[in-house]
Design a protein around this ligand. Structure first.
Ligand code: BGC
Length: 766
């Protein structure tokens, strides 16, 4: 059962939550887990990766395509719909092993017939433009029904409407909907082919909102009838010719292949995905399902086929957060892809190369040099983050927030992601093809942002916002300063290597540019950038200058001051701003990222200090506490944080509103965080260009943890129990890979299995 997510019964309160929970997708598009009869009111959405549109001055956001899967059933003139009163039974299910969504509903009609409607669908992992749906209608009595199935063009938009000049047509029975986006005139086309019994009186009907097959249906008692829908989606971003023709030919070819063979091809790709990415937990079924589900969520949004898109903060679950890519991707999702699907990691990082010009424009806009990446990045890399992001629930007025202006750590996060990719894959081509330029430009930006204090003989980073967004515009946020120093040091190291190995590129990057630093300046700031150190007595790193002077209250005291459930706690007069309560992991994230720089007692001191002060107002936060707790050998402290992270989209227990801003949807950073907490945390995995380290620390209930990793082009199977660690190299040739397990070094040759006793003994065999 650890592959099935299932809900019995229908609860109208859970429609929005289930739309996220039962998501399917393939990286090209996401299909919310809504039901066949639903429309825009229930937030049905086919969200297209990387296609953005702006209407007037409203927020720019991703485009939803017309929904080719809309199906409605009528008996005696009344619609059989879960929202109506005729539901006897209802089940919704997601098979995460195969990316297959299904539902079965039994309706009782006015004349007493029991009608069973069963429908399953998949967004093909094999053919990225394709969605396939099969449904059956069964009756226990002779009945006459009407079936309507086709394309719903009334799409859900938050800041739309994004599609204009929508045209519906039928080309020899293939239904089509085609439109253009408002801002860039991107063509979007959807085509649907229907396969099933031909009924007399069947017709095609178009209206303002869509086009359907209207099918009068006579069912004998005990009989069932089945239909299959093949829906193909194209945009002019992926097809230079006629997008409508591409969509029509896509669904016709799919129909020619047939349901069974399309499903098989889709399942085969899923099998390959799981073969690379599955993590097996023995001894804890609940954790197993939650972790697999988190991995599933990452796999359905992975940009496998494009280097021009990355993963937005809400994945492909709709238009929330403007479909924008935040630091979430590099810091919380990238590790999963790096270790299990380096090709996807490459695409994600190439996206930052393609958006480098946007980052340069942003730096220039604020009067800096180099690359200041967008806090909320879309297709061009220009910042989609607005200056007024939240509405004050008390006054109804927009609140000035400084996410866009001051979270300069974003450029460090991007540079870090590129370096991690390079370290783990050894793909130096990537650096030459743009990666090096990104890192260098980020370093230049930091130089231009920093202030030098001659009397202190150091550089400082003033007026910034760290990960904890409740405290804006602070000085020397520890996380930011450490990340900046890391970026500058990486830049120095990389440039020294380039000077030797790629002198032309080196010369190009360091050519004299007005107002921008050269190598000497970057070297100097890398040495002299101030980073706050742990306090001599307490070991605590102060989150930013004068943080300790803020009011020290408990979280429950803070919460008792809340006047309205969705009031914003940060910003100018938020109630957390003047206190030590923080939104999310900040210094503790530092402890994870630079784990080799801090002694265990320092990590513990900071965990214990900041944990009671953290509100976890961001879904990015709990996994960090899990990671650091496992690192210091406290897996049972880590476990509840792991569970919280891994179940966020299963339970739906997450913030839905900030002020009046809807922020629901899936949480890919938490999904990536669940993988990190399991593999990097409990598994204690850490790798660099030299070696792979494993310092496991399994929770009490877990008897074994098994996963696969890719390092520098080689795959390894790793199995950890309380007694030993077994590493199997899946490579057939190549160099041996150094491992260090609980401090003991051993080399694993291609094809070899090595087993290490966690009681201190090591043995290797083949
Ligand atoms: C968090 C950010 C995060 C963003 C998108 C915010 O609530 O504070 O760190 O990048 O959500 O997930």
């Amino acid at each position: 059962m650890s592959w099935i997510v299932r809900e019995e019964g229908f609860d109208p309160q859970r429609i929005t939550n289930h739309g996220s929970k039962f998501m399917t997708g393939n990286g090209y598009m996401g299909y919310r887990g809504t039901l066949d009869e639903f429309s825009q009111e229930q937030l049905t959405a086919v969200t297209l990766a990387g296609v953005y549109d702006q209407v007037g001055t409203k927020w720019r956001e991703p485009v939803n395509a017309p929904n080719g899967l809309r199906t409605r059933l009528y008996a005696d003139g009344a619609e059989l719909n879960v929202l109506g009163a005729f539901v006897e039974e209802h089940v919704q299910e997601l098979d995460i092993a195969r990316g297959l969504h299904s539902r079965e509903t039994v309706y009782l009609t006015g004349s007493g017939a029991r009608i069973t409607f069963r429908s399953e669908r998949f967004v093909s992992m094999d053919q990225l433009h394709l969605i396939v749906n099969r449904f059956t209608v069964h009756s226990d009595q002779d009945v006459k029904l009407t079936l309507e199935t086709g394309i719903d063009g009334a799409v859900w938009d938050i800041n739309g409407p994004h599609l204009k000049e929508m045209q519906y047509a039928s080309q020899e029975g293939t239904l089509t909907a085609a439109a253009s986006t408002q801002e860039l005139g991107i063509r979007v086309a959807v085509a649907e082919c229907l396969e099933g019994p031909q009924e007399s009186g069947q017709q095609i009907a178009a209206s303002e909102n869509g086009i359907v097959h209207r099918i009068p249906l006579s069912l004998r008692a005990g009989a069932s009838q089945e239909w299959v829908k093949y829906v193909s989606v194209y945009t002019s971003l992926d097809e230079s010719g006629d997008v409508l023709a591409a969509a029509v030919s896509g669904c016709r070819q799919a129909q020619a292949s047939g349901y069974a063979s399309l499903l098989k091809a889709h399942e085969d790709v899923w099998e390959q995905h799981w073969d690379l990415s599955d993590v097996v937990i023995e001894g804890d079924d609940e954790a197993q399902l939650a972790l697999r589900y988190s991995i599933y969520q990452l796999l359905i949004i992975a940009p496998t086929a494009s280097e021009k898109v990355s993963i937005p903060a809400r994945g492909l679950s709709g238009q929330v957060y403007k479909g924008a890519v935040f630091w979430d991707t590099e810091m919380f999702m990238l590790p999963f892809f790096l270790y299990t699907k380096p090709q996807v990691a490459r695409n994600i990082m190439l996206y930052r190369k393609h958006t480098l010009d946007g980052a340069r424009r942003k730096a220039a806009e604020y009067g800096f040099g180099g690359a200041y990446y967008a806090w909320e990045s879309q297709d061009s890399g220009d910042d989609a983050c607005t200056l007024f992001n939240i509405t004050d629930v008390f006054t109804g007025r927009p609140m000035r927030t400084y996410f866009r202006d001051k979270q300069i750590h974003i450029s460090c996060d991007v540079a870090h992601g590129i370096w991690e990719y390079y370290k783990l894959t050894g793909d130096s081509r990537f650096l030459l093809d743009g990666g090096a330029e990104v890192i260098w430009e980020c370093a230049c930006f930091l130089y231009s942002y920093a202030c030098y204090y001659p009397l202190k003989e150091r550089y400082e980073l003033l007026d910034v916002t760290g990960p904890d967004e409740y405290h804006e515009r602070v000085h020397n946020n520890a996380f930011t300063n450490y990340m900046a120093r890391h970026t500058l040091r990486m830049a120095v190291r990389m440039m020294d290597e380039l000077a030797e190995q790629a002198p032309a590129l080196y010369a190009e990057l360091t050519r004299e540019r007005k107002g921008l630093p050269g190598m000497d300046e970057i070297r100097e700031i890398a040495e002299r950038l101030y980073v706050p150190l742990p306090d001599e007595h307490t070991g605590v790193i102060e989150q930013f200058d004068r943080y300790h002077q803020l009011e020290d209250i408990s979280l429950s005291e803070l919460k008792s001051r809340i006047l309205q459930p969705s009031e914003y706690l940060g910003g100018g007069n938020g109630i957390a701003t003047t206190t030590q309560i923080i939104k999310q992991a900040d210094v503790v994230l530092l402890m994870h990222l630079f784990k080799d720089e801090f002694a265990p007692e320092i990590k513990k001191a900071n965990w214990e200090f900041y944990e009671p002060r953290t509100e976890h107002g961001s879904s990015l936060s709990p996994c960090v506490y899990a990671l650091v707790a496992s690192d210091i050998g406290m897996p049972d402290w880590a476990y509840p944080y792991f569970k919280r992270t891994a179940t966020i989209d299963l339970t739906g227990d997450s913030k839905q509103y900030v002020g009046d801003l809807y922020i629901g949807g899936t949480h890919p950073a938490a999904n990536g965080g669940a993988w990190m907490a399991a593999v990097l945390g409990f598994g204690g995995l850490q790798a660099d260009e030299k070696e792979v380290r494993l310092n496991p620390s399994l929770p009490a209930a877990w008897s074994a943890l098994t996963f696969k990793i890719h390092v520098r082009g080689h795959a390894f199977d790793i199995r950890i129990t309380k007694e030993d660690v077994r590493v199997t190299s899946l490579a057939t040739s190549g160099a041996e890979q150094p491992f260090r397990i609980q401090g003991s070094a051993v080399n694993v040759s291609p094809g070899q299995t090595a087993t290490f006793s966690l009681k201190g003994l090591a043995s290797a065999g083949s």
